[in-house]
Every structure is written in C-alpha cells, then in structure tokens.
Design a binder for this molecule. Structure first.
Ligand SMILES: Nc1ncnc2c1ncn2[C@@H]1O[C@H](COP(=O)(O)OP(=O)(O)O)[C@@H](O)[C@H]1O
Ligand SMILES: N[C@@H](CCOP(=O)(O)O)C(=O)O
Length: 320
C-alpha cells in the first residue's frame, strides 16, 4: 500500500483553494508505488495526481518539479506540475512537501512490442532535446560518485565471484569515465529510471513518462542504455530482443542522431546502466530501508544483464 500519509476530502478542500483548479470533488489513494503517498483527485477542472513526498525535502524537489514543468511546456509528454497562486509547485500538506500534477491517461505497458519501443525512443529523444535549455543543474545522484562510495559497502555480502565482477566493473567504469570518448558525450537532464512501469500508454500511443525522482544531469546515452536494458530485453534471460532494440534506437536516432563517440561508448554504457541497477538493488537488498515499506527488487536480474553486456557483442547504434 502506498498511502503513508492519509488525506481526506475535508483536509484537501481548504488546501486546494490556493490552486487554480476549482473545488476538490473526490480523492482516492493509489495503491501502487513505493516511495510516496499518491492520490487521484477530481476537481472542477479535471483529474490530477496529488503526491505527498515521504523522503524528498523542499530543497530537493524544485529540480524535479521544475524539470517536469519545463518539459511539459515544450510539449514533452510528462505530468505537468500545477503552480499555486504564489507560483509555487511544491507546498506543505500535513507538514510534508506536496505537489499536484496533471494525470496521464492509460496504463503501463508491461509486455512491450516494437511499436511501443519506437514511441518511447521518439519521446526520449524529444525529452533530451527539450532539456537543453533547462538552467538548474543537479548531478545524477546514482552515477559514478555514488557507485564508488557504495561498492565498498556491499562487497562483504557478495560471493567471491560477484565480488570480483563488481570490483572489475567499477574499475572499468572509473577508467572509462576519464576517456576522451566519454567526455565527448552529450549531456543534460535525463530521466535515469525509464523502466516499463514509469511510462503510460493508451493502446499503442504513449501518453507520458512519469516518476522523475531519479532524474539528474548525465549523458543522454546513459538514459538510452537504461531504457534499452529494461524495454528491449527478454525479462527471463536478460538477452536483448533485436526487433525492439532496433525500433527504439531508430526512432530515437530519427529525432536526435547518435554521434560517433556515442557509437564507440555504447557497449560501455549498456554495462554502466546494468551495473547501476545491480548495485542499487544489492544495496537495497542488504541495507533495506523501512522493511515493511519496501520489497527489494531482485539483484540477480541485473547481475545477469551485466554479464551478458560484457560477454556478448551489442547491436550497433544507427549512424547518420
Ligand atoms: N501523473 C500521473 N498520471 C497517472 N497516474 C500516475 C501519475 N503519477 C503516478 N501515477 C500512478 O501512481 C502509481 C505510483 O506512482 P509512482 O511514481 O510509481 O509512485 P512512487 O514514487 O511511490 O514509487 C503509478 O504506478 C501510476 O499508476
Ligand atoms: N527501477 C528501479 C527502482 C526504482 O523503482 P521505481 O518503481 O521508482 O521505478 C529498479 O528496477 O531497480
């Protein structure tokens, strides 16, 4: 259950008067989700999502909410945060930061076909381009610096074989980040967690990306790699599905062409994207937060994917 802070219509009605959305008519909790308390709300203006942030604070939230607003204003399909009468996107409710965003239609597509992957590739490229003039900088908080701090904390929990894999990969990625090829990669705001459960579809039509709370500034190629490693694989084996890979990469490339340096970095970046989620899943598994709130994801899934991306050739990026 993902309503950690409960809100009634009586609580909501006076709070809502600061937003230009008319009267609140109905509120219902959203059961899925693991981080925050989420609600669908109906107002005189339409349907919205209210989120009460359980972990992020008032200093951290402007980056995420302003990025979503910036992207929405440029036609990227993401929930648009609604400002109150003072222009604020984040306002206290029951003493915690809260925001109202537009509701996306549809549901997550958990068994994607090439047509869905092409939609995601197109919107991802549009999102990267639209983020170029976003002026707030926040690093991806789950990138190399975090990996280097976190690896020593989890090594003791791993088998000798996996310890070796983790040490080899952090050494490889640390060295790769110093190369001219890596330094030539385009960067900007990225979603960094664009898994199947963070995108809405209405049939074959994408209606939006959401859950931006791992977003940060990083290489665009890392974002592509994270997305490919979830959307374009056989979930049981972790093997890439070529039809879905080609559909996503070609659609992305048609909007924002890949560069020569990105082609050179592609396999390393697929490894980085697998490594990032292997590490965070191992960390969450052995150092869980409030246990009753969180069923840790299976770390072996991304260990398997990492081994495959190291040992097998990866499909080339399209070239101009
Ligand atoms: N803007 C939105 N429009 C429609 N549904 C949404 C929106 N934001 C969240 N949801 C719904 O709420 C659920 C939980 O949201 P999520 O961001 O995954 O929560 P958490 O941050 O707690 O993990 C999603 O699976 C989705 O069904
Ligand atoms: N996608 C990550 C974990 C983040 O969870 P989310 O539900 O907020 O996307 C993983 O699979 O490890």
């Amino acid at each position: 259950m993902a309503v950690f802070t409960s809100v009634t219509l009586e609580d909501l009605a006076p709070w809502m008067t600061q937003f230009p959305l008319g009267k609140a008519l109905n509120i219902r909790g959203i059961a899925s989700g693991i981080e925050n308390s989420n609600f669908f709300i109906d107002t005189e203006q339409g349907e919205y999502v209210l989120t009460i942030f359980e972990n992020l604070n008032f200093e951290q939230l402007p980056f995420y909410l302003k990025l979503m607003r910036h992207l929405a204003d440029r036609g990227v399909l993401v929930p648009a945060p609604i400002a109150n009468a003072d222009g604020e996107l984040c306002v206290a409710l029951h003493g915690k930061p809260a925001a109202i965003v537009s509701k996306l239609n549809g549901s997550s597509q958990m068994e994607p076909q090439p047509v869905h992957c092409a939609e995601v590739g197109t919107m991802l490229a549009r999102m990267h381009l639209a983020g170029r003039d976003f002026t707030i900088h926040q690093a991806n908080l789950r990138s190399l610096d975090w990996w280097q701090i976190t690896v020593p904390k989890v090594l003791e929990f791993l088998s000798a074989e996996n310890r070796q894999l983790m040490q080899d990969e952090i050494a490889f990625q640390s060295a790769f980040a110093l190369t001219p090829t890596y330094k030539a990669l385009a960067t900007g705001p990225v979603h960094a967690d664009l898994f199947r459960n963070n995108v809405m579809f209405d049939g074959e039509k994408l209606t939006g990306f959401f859950d931006f709370y791992f977003a940060g500034c990083d290489t665009w190629l890392f974002d592509v790699a994270v997305t490919i490693n979830d959307w374009c694989i056989d979930l049981a084996s972790g093997e890439l599905d070529m039809a879905r890979v080609q559909a996503m990469l070609n659609a992305y490339h048609a909007v924002r062409p890949f560069t020569v340096e990105e082609s050179q970095a592609w396999q390393a970046m697929l490894r980085a994207a697998a490594f990032r989620f292997w590490l965070s899943r191992v960390y969450d598994f052995y150092q869980p937060r409030d246990a009753e709130m969180l069923t840790p994801h299976d770390p072996t899934h991304f260990e398997r994917i990492l081994r495959l991306r190291i040992s097998q050739p990866v499909p080339a990026l399209p070239q101009a």
